[in-house]
Design a binder for this molecule. Structure first.
Ligand SMILES: C[S@@+](CC[C@H](N)C(=O)[O-])C[C@H]1O[C@@H](n2cnc3c(N)ncnc32)[C@H](O)[C@@H]1O
Length: 201
């Protein structure tokens, strides 16, 4: 299959076969970034790299990761196409594995796979499937996230009514401070939420 092209405002990216196609959740995350120049951003699960590129163009220095080799290759290609190579580093691996334990960031971003589904399901897709209940990968992410935030750093997390946003909000409130729903929108078959939370240190 030929690659497709996705747009956010005036930024376009190539989306390779097998890589998550930017959608409403991606665009909501982009619209809520509010990056101050000089911020250091970590995006986990970058897909084709669109969110990382939007953050870099707003003035951030970005590390973006994905466990999928196809996504990492795709994101690197888009970073080069946008001339952002000095501002974005793409790394491959599971969640925080590619991050040095001493690295910290002012902002951590994730639009995680959040639909119920496991590897045993015929329709399993690691870009969408977040575990039996849909939120297991998000829980694993949250349990490690705080250690990678600067003091006063913040987290932006996409969630969907198709999983259990109330469950995730309770976990956020246990681990972070100043947890709030920063944005919420109803779409055809789901309600999307952007949670914002601050480092508790
Ligand atoms: C819903 S897509 C979001 C992609 C992109 N951030 C966006 O908003 O368009 C989730 C991404 O997370 C990646 N992913 C899934 N499991 C992961 C894991 N354990 N560690 C890192 N990335 C993962 C997938 O390959 C996919 O690219």
């Amino acid at each position: 299959m030929t690659p497709s092209v996705a747009f956010y405002e005036d930024i376009w990216v190539v989306v390779d076969d097998g890589v998550y196609e930017p959608a409403d959740d991606t665009f909501m995350l982009c619209a809520n970034l509010e990056i101050a120049p000089g911020e250091t951003v970590l995006e986990i699960g970058t897909g084709c790299g669109l969110v990382a590129i939007v953050a870099a163009k707003a003035g951030a220095k970005v590390v973006a990761t994905d466990q999928s080799a196809a996504a990492v290759q795709n994101a690197r290609k888009n970073v080069t196409l946008h001339g952002c190579g000095s501002r974005i580093e793409i790394r491959q691996g599971d969640l925080f594995d590619p991050i040095n334990t001493k690295e910290t960031f002012t902002l951590v971003l994730i639009n995680p796979p959040y639909l119920p589904g496991t590897k045993e399901d015929p329709a399993f897709d690691p870009a969408w499937s977040g575990g039996i209940k849909g939120y297991e990968l998000t829980e694993r992410f949250l349990d490690q996230c705080v250690q990678y935030l600067d003091p006063n750093g913040r987290l932006l997390l996409v969630q969907s009514s198709l999983t259990d946003p109330e469950h995730i909000q309770l976990r956020l409130e246990r681990l972070f401070r100043m947890v709030k729903v920063k944005d919420e929108k109803a779409f055809f078959f789901e309600r999307l939420l952007i949670f914002e939370a601050q480092d508790p240190k």
